[in-house]
Ligand binder design. Structure first.
Ligand code: HEC
Length: 158
């Protein structure tokens, strides 16, 4: 339920971001530079990738508390990406609303089968955006091994 509103919240926050940044610039006496640090999109995505692996193995181990936490972290990363990088089409982000809700519902229901199915939908969502943005070579998959980059396919895509 909270999850359904994540994108709406994102959009509303987005409208006030430039103002918020400008204000915090003026108000921060400790800041030595007037430039606001903006994380690179690739760095935000690397965090999302780590959460995707951890989320999968937490769910597989039926550690639902950890799964819920990692899902929250993953969503925060995607929200940050959408907020900071206006070049990302909004529809590319909103299409993840369904899969994210499915994963959340599966976690609440502590249902391992639903979780696996929902994770595969979420992973398709990652790849859908990558493909539509000329980044089809960044291919995400459900990890097979518990390794940092186990959820990325390094062989060339088709
Ligand atoms: C709304 C679009 C969008 C969605 C959704 C999205 N990504 Fe990305 N992702 C990008 C873009 C654009 C880049 C390339 C950034 C660049 O060129 O610097 C990227 C890059 C990446 C990278 C490469 C980082 C690096 O520096 O090596 C990884 C890994 C990644 N995404 C993982 C994911 C995962 C996992 C998901 C799903 C949970 C996901 N992404 C969902 C747009 C998206």
């Amino acid at each position: 339920m909270k999850l359904r509103g994540w994108m709406i919240g994102t959009l509303m926050l987005g409208a006030s971001v430039p103002l918020a940044l400008a204000q915090s610039d003026m108000r921060s006496p400790s800041s030595s530079s007037s430039e606001q640090y903006v994380p690179r999109l690739g760095d935000i995505m690397s965090g999302v990738q780590a959460r995707h692996v951890k989320l999968w193995f937490a769910g597989k181990a039926q550690n639902w508390g950890l799964a819920e936490f990692e899902l929250r972290q993953l969503k925060a990363g995607l929200t940050e990406a959408a907020l900071l990088y206006s070049g990302i089409p909004v529809t590319n982000v909103t299409t993840l609303d369904g899969p994210l809700t499915d994963v959340s519902d599966a976690i609440s229901a502590k249902d391992g089968r639903k979780f696996a199915k929902a994770m595969s939908g979420l992973t398709d969502g990652c790849n859908g955006c990558h493909q539509s943005m000329g980044r089809g070579f960044i291919a995400i998959r459900i990890p097979t091994q518990q390794q940092p980059f186990g959820n990325q396919q390094f062989a060339p895509q088709r």
